[in-house]
Design a protein around this ligand. Structure first.
Ligand SMILES: O=C1O[C@H](COP(=O)(O)O)[C@@H](O)[C@H](O)[C@H]1O
Length: 266
């Protein structure tokens, strides 16, 4: 059962947003290290990797707390498209181009959990989803011994229709209770075949952050935060399921007209 309300932060520009996102992610990293020595996170595609790279590739103040220790990071994908890893629609490629390929050697190399390329051409992405779920089980213990994996952090985007991961408004996948990873065969946003973490996995994470910027997001954020009609949107369901574990990193244009109270500090 979720407690509290999501934390809605809004920053005047992308530099300030990136600075605050960096502090937040590194705080999640440091508490994950104290719990189990590694940092297990899931990242989205879309606009997220560019902002994340700006945050994490900024110069550190030199302390271990302000340094991403990438060699202890396991990066999974909150969702992925069923395309080759070097395809322009691949979330793996996007993360690699924006962030991973630019990490200075002295910060180490994260372990990246990509989808299995052998099954990308399958008509049905179910096998791809099952194999990705097995990868999660290797990292978080078997599904029959652990009900849900507990990511230290899941970083999400919010599409202009309110989708997050590859969980789209009104879709039956929003009611999935059992699987950790599900297949999407007919996504309303191309490409049609995808895999996605399910809602129970997202809301079970220790921390969850959305990044949503630009005036193009303001109408959907009004629905998600202020209006009853937005309460069944996938991003709103994450808010309801995870409560105060959720933090939104937005800029002022994205929340123009949103009444929900902003949080001043992290
Ligand atoms: O298709 C997708 O879209 C969402 C939202 O993208 P954004 O560009 O509006 O931030 C993204 O979070 C997801 O990973 C991606 O597959």
């Amino acid at each position: 059962m979720a407690t509290g309300h999501p934390n809605l932060h809004s920053f005047p520009n992308s530099d300030e947003l990136a600075t605050q996102l960096r502090s937040y992610v590194l705080r999640c990293q440091n508490s994950a290290f104290s719990r189990h020595g590694t940092f297990r996170l899931a990242v989205s595609g879309g606009s997220l990797p560019t902002v994340l790279a700006k945050a994490l590739l900024a110069t550190s103040n030199g302390s271990p707390e302000d340094t991403p220790q990438f060699s202890k990071w396991h990066i999974f994908f909150a969702d992925e498209r069923a395309v080759p890893l070097n395809h322009e629609d691949s979330n793996y490629r996007l993360l690699n181009d924006e962030l991973v390929s630019k990490i200075p050697t002295e910060l180490g190399t994260p372990i990246i959990h990509a989808i299995d390329e052998k099954h990308i051409g399958d008509d049905d992405p179910q096998e791809l989803a099952d194999l990705y779920q097995e990868d999660l089980m290797r990292e978080f213990a078997a599904k029959d011994s652990v009900k849900l994996p507990a990511f230290d952090l899941i970083l999400l985007g919010c599409g202009p229709d309110g989708h997050t991961c590859s969980l789209f408004p009104g879709h039956a996948l929003l009611r999935e209770k059992d699987a950790w990873v599900a297949a999407e065969t007919n996504s309303p946003k191309p490409p049609p075949k995808r895999i996605t973490l399910t809602l129970p996995v997202v809301t079970h994470a220790i921390s969850i952050a959305f990044v949503a910027t630009g005036g193009g997001k303001k109408e959907i954020l009004k629905q998600i935060f202020d209006l009853e009609e937005g309460s069944s949107l996938p991003s709103a369901l994450v808010n309801q399921g995870a409560g105060d574990k959720v933090s939104w990193f937005t800029d002022h244009p994205a929340v123009d007209g949103v009444s929900f109270p902003r949080r001043g500090s992290l």
